[in-house]
Write a protein that binds this ligand. Structure first.
Ligand code: 13P
Ligand code: SF4
Length: 350
């Protein structure tokens, strides 16, 4: 990255001192992550958002839904800044508030809504988290989905899982002993979600038809191909991957899990990692004694995570030095109260 920009970021951060707290998700670019005070997966970043209550500014190097959650979880005087407002998430966009309200009406018409506990993946808008909180549900991330579902099934007979069908299905089937037939997929663009009332009554897990466009690219063929090419390779994938990919893999976990697994691996071992490319590259560079490779040959950055680049970070920090607070992410208090209930429930999971 441009040394002049690196120097400007360093100078601005030094000038701001303890008044700024920079959080960085593991999918961020190297040029950005080097300036993070804390790096983490979605869960760790939600936990750490409130770790510096004395800092008036939190610069969130990640995507919009994470910055919203940070705003909900931090003190009212703290401002959360997203260096590029275009850093959204295509998966989060797959469930809008109106669609989810409509889905709930369908569940009511089918006579099952009273049995349903809604669970939303962190990767959803604050509106959706608010909806889930209002209906007594919980947020989960890829590192605690099983615990969140165990909790939800202690409260009700069925779960509506938003918006990532893969995380919901993979957790239910691979970690909770559900069959594929226990799961149905609700399609927001089809009438009544494309499901009959009977299907909704029989299902234990109602999955929203959403997915991650990055992890959705990995296929069973990528796993077969790497196993044929690299003898003894360990295949390690994120649970946002499709069910047949996760089933064919050796290990499954969140980004934080993936990092720990590679750190703990023996020298000389081979690892094909199915997650975002910035992270896999960084892991490969950090562990030259291990053979760490990307699971698929097609390049797989998350384009929205990548929108936070060094020029945007420098702009955010230098604006703060000038006393200008740009790109503040705020969640209205009504939504925030309900969303906080669902987030707090997640943070309190055993
Ligand atoms: P985790 O941070 O929970 O591993 O999730 C990955 C992701 O897709 C974030 O958008
Ligand atoms: Fe969204 Fe997937 Fe990018 Fe994560 S990796 S921010 S789920 S599009």
């Amino acid at each position: 990255s441009d040394p002049a920009l690196v120097e400007r970021a360093r100078a601005a951060k030094a000038a701001l001192g303890d008044s700024v707290f920079v959080l960085g998700h593991h999918y961020q670019r190297d040029e950005v992550i080097q300036f993070a005070d804390v790096t983490g997966d979605s869960f760790k970043l939600a936990q750490k958002a409130a770790a510096r209550p004395e800092a008036p500014y939190i610069v969130f190097c990640g995507v919009h839904f994470m910055a919203e959650s940070a705003d909900i979880l931090t003190a009212p005087h703290q401002k959360v800044i997203l260096p590029d407002l275009g850093a959204g998430c295509s998966m989060a966009d797959m469930a809008t508030f109106d669609q989810v309200e409509e889905c709930w009406d369908v569940l009511e018409d089918a006579g099952v809504a009273d049995d349903v506990v809604p669970v939303t993946y962190m990767n959803s808008s604050a509106d959706i988290k608010g909806f889930v909180g209002r209906h007594g549900g919980v947020v989960c991330t890829s590192s605690n989905a099983k615990r969140a579902l165990d909790w939800a099934y202690s409260k009700g007979k069925k779960v509506l899982f938003l918006p990532d069908q893969h995380l919901g299905r993979n957790t239910a089937v691979l970690e909770m002993g559900f069959s594929l037939d226990d799961c149905v997929v609700y399609s927001p663009h089809r009438r009544e979600g494309g499901l009959t009332h009977e299907q909704l009554r029989d299902a234990r897990m109602i999955l929203w038809r959403g997915h991650c466009s990055v992890h959705g690219r990995f296929t069973k063929e990528s796993v077969d191909e790497v196993r044929a090419r690299v003898p003894g390779v360990n295949v390690l994938v994120h649970p946002e991957c499709r069910h047949e990919v996760v089933t064919a893999a050796d290990q499954i976990g969140s980004t934080e899990y993936i990092i720990k697994a590679i750190e703990a691996a023996d020298p000389g071992t081979s690892w094909a990692v199915g997650t975002e490319l910035n992270l896999v590259r960084r892991l490969a560079n950090a562990h030259p004694d291990k053979n760490v490779m990307f699971l698929d040959k097609t390049v797989c950055y998350c384009s929205t995570m990548n929108r936070i680049d060094l020029p945007h970070l420098v702009w955010s920090l230098e604006s703060l030095v000038r006393g200008e607070v740009e790109n503040v992410i705020t969640v209205d208090e009504d939504t925030a109260r309900n969303a906080r209930a669902a987030l707090d429930q997640m943070l309190a999971l055993p």
